[in-house]
Write a protein that binds this ligand. Sequence first.
Ligand SMILES: N[C@@H](CCC(=O)N[C@@H](CS)C(=O)NCC(=O)O)C(=O)O
Length: 103
Amino acid sequence: MTDLANEIILHNYPQSPVAEKVRVGLGIKKLPWASVEIPRLPPKPMLIKLTGGYRRTPVMQIGADIYCDSHAILREIENRHPSPSFFPASDAGLMWSLSRWTD
Ligand SMILES: N[C@@H](CCC(=O)N[C@@H](CS)C(=O)NCC(=O)O)C(=O)O
């Protein structure tokens, strides 16, 4: 039976490089996830209602919780599913700052 409260739903579109980063993260952790394809450009009336105004891609939904921004998404995935870790060494802070720079 599907655990809907914990199901990961990614609002994204295939060509989004930032969404791809999250999709790779989900793959590293071998997590099942559902995809909702959203428009590349505004108007995005359904997404805007879901996020309260945030328009960018990707957005993650788990139950009634909504995560906007790939860093917030990856951080939450790491919190909920710590193994295997995105941060096998002790330099998580350096990796977060480098990833913001490379984005
Ligand atoms: N800081 C955001 C950036 C997201 C972002 O810029 N996504 C692009 C698509 S790859 C986007 O939504 N662009 C359309 C827009 O800014 O309205 C994140 O890391 O999630």
